[in-house]
Design a protein around this ligand. Structure first.
Ligand code: DX5
Ligand code: ZN
Length: 227
């Protein structure tokens, strides 16, 4: 079944505990950490992740848009994140970092900005629990989905099948009722949605609707035939 991860970047930061409760039933809560260096925006860090992990039962999917990921990512596992995503462009030693995240007890994930190809990372995929393909330039919520990323999603799904990996394939940026089916058809199985969930009158219903659309599109997708 498709996993839907609401992004709290589009939530009310003054009411994070309530905003987390508003999407109970979501698979993970997506937490965007930005340092104003890797991306031109500043959001939150370890103390807020720690507080949020105590305030909700939904596991936290931390997306680190920060420089020097090697140094900081392990702290997010200690803060309570169940999954930690670092950017390939910001990690000096991605294999060592993924192993460290796993050893500390979280799922290890790596993200690719739109201009970063998947092919150089083919041999690293077994070290990861999830691969995140950005479908906008990271930094802000509410941007338009980049259709030009669909071929990369397809190629990544092919690599996952070729190597028989249990790797989740996440998409993040501009995912909505209008775009989620294209992502699922191309091979994504974990969907981050910020404005499409928190901009809706009923965020929990938006999560269910997105999951429904993704499940139907996945069932019809060639890549999922043998699932
Ligand atoms: C963007 C963040 C996304 C953002 C998505 O850099 O990584 O997680 O919250 O927001 P929407 O779904 O509105 O594009
Ligand atoms: Zn994100």
């Amino acid at each position: 079944m498709a996993q839907i991860n609401p992004s709290i970047l589009s939530a009310d930061f003054a009411r994070l505990a309530e905003e987390a409760k508003a999407v109970e039933g979501a698979d993970w809560l997506h937490v965007d950490v930005m340092d104003n260096h890797f991306v031109p925006n500043l959001t939150l860090g370890v103390p807020i992740v720690e507080a949020l992990s105590k305030a909700t039962d939904t596991p936290l999917d931390c997306h680190l848009m920060i420089e020097d990921a090697d140094r900081w990512a392990p702290s997010y596992v200690e803060a309570g994140a169940g999954s930690v995503t670092f950017h390939a462009e910001a990690a000096a030693a991605p294999v060592r970092l993924a192993r460290e995240i796993r050893a500390k007890g979280a799922r290890a994930s790596m993200a690719l900005k739109p201009a970063t190809p998947i092919e150089p990372y083919e041999d690293l995929l077994p070290e990861l629990d999830m691969l995140l393909i950005m479908t906008v330039e990271p930094g802000f919520g509410g941007q338009a989905f980049l259709d030009i990323m669909l071929p990369k999603i397809r190629r990544t799904r092919e690599l996952i099948s070729k190597h028989g990996l249990e790797l989740w394939l996440q998409v993040d940026g501009g995912v909505s009722a209008a775009t989620i089916e294209r992502c699922a058809e191309a091979g994504a199985d974990v969907f981050v949605a910020g404005s499409a969930v928190y901009g809706a009158a009923d965020p929990a219903a938006a999560v269910r609707d997105l999951r429904g659309l993704a499940d139907v599109a996945t069932a019809a997708a060639p890549w999922a035939c043998d699932h």
